[in-house]
Design a protein around this ligand. Structure first.
Ligand code: NAG
Ligand code: NAG
Ligand code: NAG
Ligand code: NAG
Ligand code: NAG
Ligand code: NAG
Ligand code: NAG
Ligand code: NAG
Ligand code: NAG
Ligand code: NAG
Ligand code: NAG
Ligand code: NAG
Length: 470
């Protein structure tokens, strides 16, 4: 018999389960919503965008009105904060910056359209990337941008933010872009961010990009882009901590959720990890990319990732960890459970040779450490490949633990593994040789089974450690 005790800080709401097990006991999922920011906060000052001379005809450009409205509301930031109300209408606009203590509210049938004429501002590259993700140098600023902010809420009654991305996708395809494409929303170096109850369509590039942020909630949003649109990732938490993404429907041309933390030597020196990220109750669909990805930019480290209740249909890949020599950093303590995959080509991919580098100055000896990755309760139909698990030669991905995975596979060799090490129980079809050993008690500390024992209910939680004893 083994018992387990968790130590955690006092500001938390952790359900502590003392698990007594001779083999493995399975925890029951929690279902409380992300609770880290009060979305009900009342802003004492509110204006409607039409007070700033907007025309909601889908043709008139309203960028100045958005900028003026926010400039005006800035005087209330230290007086309890403010709300910018966007009513029904088709509001064509260019990029604008948010401020602290702001609620941007898009009402029912409010449609904010990213203009397609040609004056898009540029911003500096993200320091942990050293350059634009697609092209060297600066990048186009996102439609909705914020930096160094606290307490920002972007919400509404299912209003829509439409990036009108096809012009950008065409430039990408014809290789005529001059700078990296813009996101729909980017918040940099900000704390206390909520993005909820909205729909995001046709992003030029990634949809929602929190970078160097803490306490971020993305809840109950719909994100859609054509299945063949290039790099239209859904939500990409990047060098960010205490992030909760839940109750979302995401269908795009690339990864639905991708956790990142900087690129090669730039990410290594910036050294800001992504950690404490909860992802749950996601329904997703794509034909290119994966449901949940980690990397390939992970040089600042990625850890303590909990994903559960993931439903991905008719898609290419469910879970993917991408890295390469030169990345450095780590991916550790990853726990993914209750994943349902009707009609998914490949359930799990580890790719240790995702070798796009920012420039030639990366250090090929900077090897990523990939360890303690647990998959539990995964089912799927019409799967072509269960796992394509390829680590890095001389730098095996280790302590990969597969528990209770049942996939109905349509091909002859469902698993293909190299440079990985781990354990498994109740896996069908039978897993590959390097993961075949059963998870017996002497391996409990290798496997990342922490959430089986301590359920992390709220993201504010800081689980400081978990100790096992007799
Ligand atoms: C954010 O903070 C950084 C570092 O202090 C500063 O360089 C930058 O200008 C600030 N940006 C904004 C938009 O406030
Ligand atoms: C999700 O958003 C819709 C409107 O977009 C709203 O009607 C519904 O109540 C929201 N659900 C939750 C759980 O917040
Ligand atoms: C919000 O609007 C989108 C797009 O119109 C729609 O697909 C989605 O079902 C709506 N969500 C809710 C909760 O009503
Ligand atoms: C890129 O720059 C060239 C030369 O300035 C310009 O003609 C072209 O329109 C630009 N392309 C885009 C997509 O902005
Ligand atoms: C983030 O904000 C802090 C405090 O304002 C500042 O010191 C730091 O330089 C900023 N970092 C970035 C990358 O903007
Ligand atoms: C979403 O909308 C629902 C219904 O109006 C509301 O109860 C809920 O608090 C909202 N959630 C967030 C996170 O904004
Ligand atoms: C998948 O993405 C790659 C790279 O962006 C692209 O070359 C390919 O055409 C895409 N495939 C589909 C089916 O969209
Ligand atoms: C597993 O996830 C599905 C959604 O994909 C959900 O309906 C189901 O309740 C979850 N099961 C458990 C045990 O939480
Ligand atoms: C997935 O694709 C199959 C075959 O094309 C189709 O019958 C099924 O309805 C799709 N599933 C969903 C959930 O859309
Ligand atoms: C890994 O990713 C790279 C870059 O996308 C690709 O060329 C390679 O085929 C992938 N390897 C495997 C085994 O999937
Ligand atoms: C295995 O996973 C399935 C769902 O994928 C679940 O219904 C079943 O209870 C799990 N078995 C164990 C032993 O936990
Ligand atoms: C595994 O994949 C590699 C590369 O994709 C291939 O060369 C090899 O034959 C595969 N091995 C098995 C056992 O299927």
């Amino acid at each position: 018999m083994v018992s387990s005790v968790c130590i955690f800080s006092q500001l938390v709401d952790v359900l502590l389960v003392l698990a007594f097990f001779s083999h493995i006991t399975w925890a029951v999922s929690g279902s409380s919503p992300c609770k880290q920011t009060d979305v009900g906060v009342i802003r004492p000052h509110s204006v409607t965008i039409t007070e700033f001379g907007t025309v909601g005809d889908g043709v008139t450009l309203n960028t100045k009105a958005f900028q003026n409205a926010i400039f005006y509301l800035n005087s209330f930031a230290d007086k309890g904060g403010a709300k910018l109300f966007v009513p029904a209408g088709r509001w064509l606009t260019g990029s604008f910056n948010l401020i602290s203590h702001l609620t941007l509210w898009l009402d029912k049938d409010a449609l904010s359209l990213f203009h397609t004429s040609d004056d898009w501002p540029l911003v500096d590259p993200v320091p942990s990337y050293g350059r634009g993700r697609e092209l060297p140098g600066a990048r186009h600023q996102s439609l909705i941008y914020g930096r160094n902010l606290t307490d920002v809420i972007i919400t509404g009654d299912n209003g829509t933010i439409d990036g009108q991305g096809s012009v950008w996708w065409n430039w990408f395809r014809s290789k005529t872009l001059n700078y990296t494409r813009p996101h729909l929303v980017e918040l940099m170096n900000s704390t206390g961010v909520v993005i909820s109850n909205l729909t995001f369509l046709n992003s030029p590039f990634w949809n929602i990009h929190p970078v160097y942020c803490s306490r971020v909630t993305v809840q109950n949003v719909t994100i859609m882009a054509p299945l063949d649109s290039p790099n239209t990732d859904g939500v990409d938490p990047d060098s960010s901590d205490d992030v909760c993404i839940e109750d979302c429907y995401i269908s795009t041309g690339d990864d639905l959720i991708s956790i990142k933390s900087g690129w090669d030597e730039y990410g290594i020196s910036f050294a800001r990890p992504s950690t404490n990220i909860v992802i749950r109750r996601i329904i997703g669909h794509n034909r290119n990319g994966s449901g949940i990805a980690i990397g390939s930019e992970m040089s600042g480290g990625v850890s303590e990732i909990y994903a559960e209740d993931i439903f991905l249909f008719n898609s290419s890949t469910a879970i993917k960890i991408k890295t390469a020599r030169g990345r450095g950093g780590y991916v550790r303590n990853i726990y993914i459970s209750n994943v349902t995959l009707p009609g998914v080509d490949t359930a799990i991919i580890f790719n240790g040779s995702f070798s796009q580098h920012p420039d030639e100055f990366y250090d090929p000896n900077a090897l990523p450490v990939i360890e303690r990755i647990t998959f539990k309760d995964v089912t799927g139909d019409s799967i072509k490949v269960a796992g394509l698990l390829n680590g890095i030669e001389g730098d095996s991905f280790r302590h990969v633990c597969l528990l209770n995975i049942t996939l109905s596979v349509t091909t002859e060799s469902p698993w293909n593994c190299s440079n990985v090490q781990g354990y498994s129980d109740l896996v069908s079809p039978k897993t590959c040789e390097p993961l075949k050993e059963s998870i017996n008690p002497k391996y409990y500390s290798d496997c990342y089974l922490l959430p089986v024992i301590c359920r992390v209910q709220v993201i504010k939680t800081k689980v400081l450690g978990c100790f096992r004893g007799k």
